[in-house]
Ligand binder design. Structure first.
Ligand SMILES: NC(=O)c1ccc[n+]([C@@H]2O[C@H](COP(=O)([O-])OP(=O)(O)OC[C@H]3O[C@@H](n4cnc5c(N)ncnc54)[C@H](OP(=O)(O)O)[C@@H]3O)[C@@H](O)[C@H]2O)c1
Length: 302
């Protein structure tokens, strides 16, 4: 890569944003991080390589002028709504994605724009979107390997969501108690059943999984839009951070016939997701597409 690009990352310190910034910097691009309280400096990066601008995306006018005046070659949205109040996640998510869309379209920026959404909007081969499948999301957590449940629990605790972290640990214990009854004393079975019953209630409650529905709404906002060269990346169902950068990934473009279904059953490390995103920034091949990518996971323990 000979040309250094100037790239804006909306949400630079989030789970996805961090890896994208690291990958961009490692390839010699200049990054401008934009969020309410972005880091002022980036580890091992000089001010010429990384700078930041504080902006709440609800201020559409400010975000729009930042994008108009920034001289950016590419913009990536790694925005995600705060998970502090689950009852408000859907509203904050839809509003945030909508505000970003308005700001980008109202700005004079006309380069590529990559939005990171969620796996819930990927289609199965039978034409059903993952988040519309029966008993979503309970049935889709249930077969997760222990390693992924351990990861999800660790991630929640890392993000100060201790309650959710403990809920996931209990889910794993109860699921395993039910699936491998010989390993657990029968006396504990009623507790496992109670936990599973409550997990099903929680994981099929649209309020509790509002993050997934708001990401689908974000995708719907872009369909048919041609004012700007957007592309929408839904990470696969199992996305893990603090992984390993292998540089290996497979891209799938989603459609109603389920061409991206492998991403519903597989995953990727955040580090490799970032490789795919920065490759797209450099190569611009997926305009107006809903795409996803999978890669090797399970290469280290959680
Ligand atoms: N398997 C999957 O499908 C999967 C898994 C994980 C994530 N995702 C998706 O990936 C995307 C990014 O998620 P993430 O987990 O990386 O997010 P995250 O860790 O929660 O980070 C969100 C970022 O958004 C910024 N932000 C939030 N509200 C803002 C506001 N009002 N104004 C400006 N900045 C704001 C935050 O920075 P400040 O606090 O500084 O504002 C933060 O940098 C989301 O669409 C999420 O649904 C998908």
């Amino acid at each position: 890569m000979s040309n250094s690009l100037r790239v804006a990352v909306l949400g630079p310190k989030g789970q996805c944003g961090q890896c994208v910034v690291d990958e961009l910097l490692s390839r010699g691009h200049h990054v401008v991080g934009i969020s309410r309280s972005p880091p002022k400096v980036w580890p091992k990066a000089t001010p010429e390589q990384f700078s930041s601008i504080a902006c709440d995306f609800s201020d559409i006018k400010s975000l729009s002028s930042i994008l108009s005046d920034g001289g950016f070659n590419a913009v990536i949205s790694a925005f995600g709504p705060p998970l502090t109040d689950m009852k408000d996640v859907y509203r904050l998510g839809v509003e945030g994605h909508g505000n970003i869309k308005m700001a980008v379209i109202r700005s004079t920026y006309r380069g590529p724009f990559i939005i990171i959404g969620g796996a819930g909007s990927l289609y199965y081969k039978n034409g059903v979107q993952l988040c519309d499948d029966k008993d979503f999301a309970f049935q889709h957590w249930y077969p997760w390997p222990d390693a992924h449940l351990d990861y999800m629990s660790a991630r929640m605790i890392d993000r100060n969501q201790r309650g959710l972290g403990i809920f996931i640990k209990l889910f794993k214990w109860a699921r395993n108690n039910r699936e491998q009854p010989n390993w657990f004393p029968w006396l504990l079975r009623p507790f496992a059943n109670v936990i599973m019953h409550s997990a099903k209630k929680t994981l099929t409650d649209p309020v509790m999984i509002g993050l997934i529905y708001c990401s689908r709404a974000a995708l719907n906002m872009w369909e048919g839009v041609r004012d700007i060269k957007w592309s929408f990346l839904s990470p696969p169902w199992q996305l893990r951070d603090k992984g390993i950068r292998t540089g290996k990934y497979e891209v799938y473009v989603d459609n109603y016939a389920g061409s991206a279904e492998p991403a519903i059953h597989n995953g990727i490390y955040n580090e490799d997701l970032a490789v795919a995103i920065v490759d797209e920034v450099e190569n611009n091949q997926l305009h107006y597409k809903h795409w996803t990518c999978t890669g090797p996971i399970g290469l280290k323990a959680w």
